[in-house]
Design a protein around this ligand. Structure first.
Ligand code: ADP
Ligand code: GN1
Ligand code: MG
Length: 372
């Protein structure tokens, strides 16, 4: 989507019920989907704001999406207040109402916008640096799942249908390859071979769900590490990026967080040799995660987590490859071939995880036992 000028953004801001006087506006974050701007507040004692343009090519039902976020943030806030946690206002995202009475507005070009309070003195990390950060990440997503475990799943809709349905993702790849709209199929034969060899095994979580052996819960569904804000002491402050909160299996969240935490390199690393596993960060994340989830996870869910660890980078590879074959229509890219580079990096990560599967499984079991 095209970038907007400061004047255009100012006119969008005027649709929201802000306190104080808006000052400088600047783009922030490294997300691949939405556009995010921080709005400084010139009036002292008033918060800064965070404005986001929701990518409605991807989130087709913005109203349902925003209802999900309102429902979830309301539930989390109530939970934290009941527990008499201090500073609740900065521990859950706070939506700012639009003057139209909704939590979003639509501009003259058909774009959808929403506003949050900006949570000050925090950082999100694209790469995890310390075991403490990983531990706090585990606590953050673990307590997020835990606090939502008593919210009725039927109250939350799928903001993207079949988002983590690997069968559907593979079908989308097959369709893209069949039509090959960008003429790129011939470049990706090796990647397709890798993906094809694992099709059946990667559907095991879906199968367990169908058999009723894994409960459907409300999960975050985008637990990339940069979707947690840490405070200046690297303690968890707030889980953000709630667009994809929807019913799913806990192993998806665990696996997607590990995908970004255990990898010593970036999600799109070009040099395969740099893609290695940082096992201490894996243990630290698992430790923080079980600390928060021990009271509600079933034994079968704990057992499914390792499947999620392998599945999520695989699914990501399938998604990046599909986008590459389709001609780069979904993710933001910085250069031609970016999605292919991302695919290859995720495939390398799957290989490393497969090689270390037994050791990682032992760590999960060990960390789960420690908390019981
Ligand atoms: P995307 O869907 O594009 O990833 P996010 O909602 O994750 O968008 O936001 C992008 C970045 O903006 C985050 O990584 C974080 O650094 C920052 N951010 C998002 N929400 C807030 C907030 N309420 N307060 C402070 N920073 C935020
Ligand atoms: C997208 O919005 P962002 O950058 O946090 C994507 C995730 C992927 C991720 C890969 C709605 O997340 O599913 O895991 O990129 N979000 C959506 O970096 O597709
Ligand atoms: Mg994000």
């Amino acid at each position: 989507m095209e970038q907007l000028s400061s004047t255009e953004i100012q006119s969008i801001i005027s649709n929201f019920d802000l306190h104080g006087r808006p000052g400088r506006i600047y783009p922030t974050g490294s997300g691949l989907i939405n556009d995010t701007y921080r709005i400084e507040n010139l009036s002292s004692g008033y918060p800064d704001y965070l404005l986001q343009r929701i990518n409605h090519r991807i989130f087709k039902n913005v109203q349902a999406l925003m209802e999900n976020i309102a429902e979830v943030t309301f539930h989390l806030r109530k939970k934290l207040k009941d527990r008499q946690v201090e500073g609740v206002e900065n521990k859950v995202l706070t939506l700012v109402p639009s003057k139209n009475g909704l939590y979003y507005c639509k501009d003259e070009f058909g774009n959808y916008w929403r506003m949050y309070l900006f949570i000050p003195d925090t950082r999100s990390y694209d790469l995890v640096e310390t075991e403490q950060q990983a531990f706090e990440g585990g606590r953050a997503f673990g307590s997020f799942q835990s606090m939502l475990s008593d919210l009725d799943v039927s109250r939350i809709s799928d903001s993207i249908p079949d988002f983590h349905n690997i069968e559907k993702r593979l079908k989308d790849l097959d369709l893209a390859l069949l039509s090959d709209p960008a003429g790129r199929k011939k470049e990706v034969e090796e990647e397709i071979r890798f993906i094809d060899l694992r099709r059946e095994i990667m559907c095991s979580i879906l199968e367990l769900g169908r058999k009723g052996r894994l409960p459907l819960r409300i999960i975050h569904s985008d637990t990339k590490f940069n979707n947690v804000l840490l405070d200046k002491n690297d303690h968890v402050q707030c889980v953000i990026d709630l667009d994809t909160v929807m019913p799913g299996f806990v192993a998806y969240d665990f696996g997607d967080a590990i995908r970004t935490i255990i990898n010593t390199a970036a999600e799109d690393e070009k040099d395969a040799a740099k893609i290695q596993l940082n096992i201490p960060l894996f243990s630290a994340y698992a430790s923080g995660y079980f600390l928060e989830t021990k009271d509600f996870l079933t034994a079968e869910e704990v057992h499914s987590l390792m499947k999620g660890v392998i599945l999520m980078p695989y699914m990501q590879a399938v998604r990046f490859l599909t986008d590459y074959v389709q001609g780069d229509i979904y993710y933001k890219t910085s250069f031609t071939g970016h999605n292919l580079q991302r695919t290859r990096a995720q495939i390398t990560l799957v290989k490393r995880l497969e090689e270390n599967r037994a050791d990682l499984e032992k760590i999960i079991t060990g960390e789960a036992l420690k908390q019981n």
